[in-house]
Ligand binder design. Sequence first.
Ligand SMILES: [Fe+2]
Ligand SMILES: [Fe+2]
Length: 194
Amino acid sequence: MNKEILDNLLKDIGENRFNHTLRVVKESKKLAKIHNIDMDKAITSALLHDCAKFEDKNKLLNMAYDFDIMRNNIMKLNNHLIHAPLGAILAEYKYNVLDKDILNAIKYHTTGRRNMSQLEKLTYIADYIEPARKFNGIEKVRQLAYLDLDKSTLLAMDESLIFLINNDRIISKDTFEAREQLIINIYFKEEMNE
Ligand SMILES: [Fe+2]
Ligand SMILES: [Fe+2]
């Protein structure tokens, strides 16, 4: 991994988030191998997925306004969502990532979206199951992650939705669309192909 990128990340996101990032990279490598997904893309997506999760929250908000991310109302109402689309912008312009699939894996790593690519699901799940995570029901998501990315992503999304609902948080429609697509992939593939 490029030392300059690592130095920049550590400076921007702080030690805790940086260590989380390294665990996500490790988990992504494991998943890429199992599911036969491009290893370099998996590593880059994981490395940069939280690159905009600045320790300095004012910096995050100011940049979000500068890059016009706050035009989307949901970003104002759930600040936690900002770092993902902002991260995709930084990945492109600060870290010179050109690959669309990597940029989308970063952009949608918190909400998911309809028709997620294998790389997008991998990044979403690696972030969710890295070893320090202790969410409700995480063991089942971990087991499924090594067997079936669709089923594992669906379960992780459902656990997140339950949390968001129980805490009266604003939910992105992208998550509902992602979920709908995953259910079609898992249960209705044949019907859709008829
Ligand atoms: Fe994140
Ligand atoms: Fe993360």
